[in-house]
Design a protein around this ligand. Structure first.
Ligand SMILES: [Zn+2]
Length: 279
C-alpha cells in the first residue's frame, strides 16, 4: 500500500510530464470508460489528495473532467517517451494517456474513474485533512481522531477519513517515535499533534526520488545503512534489536476498523509498552 509520499511523487512526475499538454490519444482499459476518448483535451494539473491522484483536464469547449485513480496495493503510474517500451506487462495497463512528448501509463490501478471536476468531492470528499496538502489542518485532524477515543491509534492513523496520507509504514514509525503502542486507544495519546507532526515529517522527508532513510539512529547514522534496510526504526524489523534500546522488535497484526482486514504492526515492547490488558 503506497503512502502519501509515493502518491505525491507520482503526482509530481505526472504533472511535470503532462500539465499544459494536449492529449493526442487516451485509452481507458476498464469497461466503464472503454469508449471514453479524451484526445484534444488539455491536462491542467495533476494533484495528490491523500493517497488519491486527481488529473484535471479541460476540453476545447471548457468542459472539465477529472481522472481519479488510486494505486491501492500494486498500482503505479509511469511516464515514457512517446512510443517508449513499457517496463510493466501490457495486460496490466489500465489507462494510457499520450501527448506529443510523453506517454503516461497507469498499471494495475486499484481505482480508475472519470468524474466531472465539479464532482470531485464525490470521490475524495470523505478524506480527512491531507498531511501533505496545502491546506493541512492539524486541529481538524485531531478533532476527527478524538471523536472515537476507544479506537486503537494504529487503526485511527490509517483511517483516511481522520487524516489522509499515512500508510502502514509511517503509522508504525510514528507510533514508535511517539513511544505509543499501536494498539493503545486514541484516548491514551496525550499529544496527538506531536504524533501527527512526526508522521508529517517522515512523509515530507521522502518526497524526493525513492523512499530512503528518514531518520537518524541515536549515533547519528542513517538507520538504513546500519541495518541493511531502507531506514526504518521498527517496520519489518521483527526480532532485530530496537535502535534505541536494543530490545527485540515485535511483530503482530491489528485489525482495521471494519474488522475486515488485518495489517502488520511492528513495535518495541520496551519503548512502546502495550496498553493495559493486552500482551
Ligand atoms: Zn526500544
Amino acid at each position: 500500500m503506497p503512502e502519501g509520499d509515493s502518491v505525491w511523487r507520482a503526482a509530481a512526475q505526472l504533472h511535470a510530464a503532462l500539465a499544459g499538454h494536449q492529449l493526442t490519444a487516451s485509452d481507458f482499459r476498464v469497461p466503464r470508460f472503454a469508449t471514453l476518448k479524451l484526445a484534444g483535451w488539455t491536462v491542467d494539473e495533476v494533484v495528490p489528495r491523500g493517497k488519491h491522484l486527481l488529473m484535471r483536464l479541460r476540453s476545447p469547449a471548457e468542459e472539465r473532467l477529472t481522472i481519479h485513480s488510486h494505486l491501492k496495493m500494486e498500482g503505479a503510474w509511469q511516464v515514457y517517451p512517446p512510443g517508449g517500451r513499457w517496463r510493466k506487462p501490457g495486460f496490466t495497463a489500465r489507462c494510457v494517456l499520450r501527448t506529443a512528448t510523453a506517454d503516461a501509463v497507469g498499471f494495475s490501478l486499484g481505482i480508475l474513474e472519470v468524474v466531472r471536476t465539479a464532482d470531485e468531492d464525490s470521490v475524495v470528499g470523505h478524506l480527512g485533512p491531507d498531511l501533505l496538502g496545502p491546506d493541512w489542518d492539524m486541529e481538524e485532524a485531531e478533532r476527527r481522531l478524538r471523536a472515537a477515543p476507544e479506537v486503537p491509534i494504529g487503526v485511527a492513523l490509517l483511517d483516511q477519513r481522520n487524516l489522509a496520507g499515512i500508510g502502514n509504514i509511517y503509522r508504525c514509525e510514528a507510533c514508535f517515535l511517539s513511544g505509543i503502542h499501536p494498539a493503545a486507544p486514541v484516548s491514551d495519546v496525550t499529544d496527538l499533534p506531536a504524533m501527527m507532526a512526526t508522521a508529517k515529517q517522515l512523509l515530507e522527508a521522502n518526497l524526493g526520488p525513492g523512499r530512503r532513510t528518514t531518520v537518524l539512529n541515536p549515533r547519528g547514522m542513517p538507520v538504513g545503512r546500519m541495518a541493511g534496510r531502507p531506514g526504518y526504526w521498527v517496520y519489518r524489523r521483527e526480532h532485530q534489536p530496537c535502535l534505541k534500546c536494543g530490545t527485540p522488535i515485535r511483530h503482530g497484526v491489528l485489525a482495521t476498523q471494519a474488522g475486515t482486514e488485518e495489517r502488520d504492526i511492528y513495535w518495541c515492547p520496551s519503548c512502546q509498552p502495550p496498553p493495559a490488558g493486552t500482551d
